[in-house]
Design a protein around this ligand. Sequence first.
Ligand code: ADP
Ligand code: ADP
Length: 232
Amino acid sequence: MIQLEHISKVFDGKKGQTQALKNVSLSVQKGEIFGVIGYSGAGKSTLVRCVNLLERPTEGRIMINDRDLTTLSNAQLNESRRKIGMIFQGFNLLSTATVYQNIFLPLKLTGVSKKEANERVVKYLRIVGLEDKQEAYPAQLSGGQKQRVAIARALAHEPEVLLSDEATSALDPDTTEAILDLLLKINRELNITILLITHEMHVIQKVCDHVAVMENGEVIESGSVLDIFTDP
Ligand code: ADP
Ligand code: ADP
């Protein structure tokens, strides 16, 4: 479903170049939860930004559903970007808008009709368990509830892939468990492929099928979670 082939990314800075990614290849199968784990600075965010088409790799190819993203026009890239949902550590909700508006407004911006957008808000708030919070503002919600709104907002665009960038890193252990259970449910019931970035091994062990371990911009190990994180 998602294939990264020999991706490199070099940033030019005042103090010279930084190679954030070095020859990274990985393959995410449709329907799975794929984890990328590594310490801070390993290149995880750069990797997500390349998959999300926010950053262009210096070298290599990114294929999504056998489409080579490097050959797409801007219009086609925008189209592809819509098939990718994204959730973050900091939730990125609009503080001046209600829960309902936070999900509804971006749908309207991408041309979804009012009626359809309304139905999707209701549907996805029910899936994340927040149907009674439509009129609340983000400041009135707990961290876990905010992340649920962000998940509903991403799902409302009906993406094929959900990218989760440290989505549980700001949450306490119980809330983390609940959000991970929600991601598992979304993966199984809505059949959405998830690419999950984290620095926490227990997150990978709880939800992922396959994992890539990154260090200094390179994938140093990858395979099934059972093989990689089970002591011999
Ligand atoms: P992680 O998400 O694993 O913490 P990052 O992808 O953020 O890692 O960073 C990998 C490396 O690339 C780091 O050395 C970082 O300083 C560098 N880097 C990331 N983004 C930029 C940028 N826009 N310009 C220059 N260097 C960057
Ligand atoms: P700009 O700021 O003008 O969008 P970019 O370097 O971000 O400049 O993108 C320039 C072009 O590179 C885009 O129009 C797009 O065609 C292509 N591009 C951007 N990101 C990616 C990516 N992840 N994979 C392949 N091509 C990309």
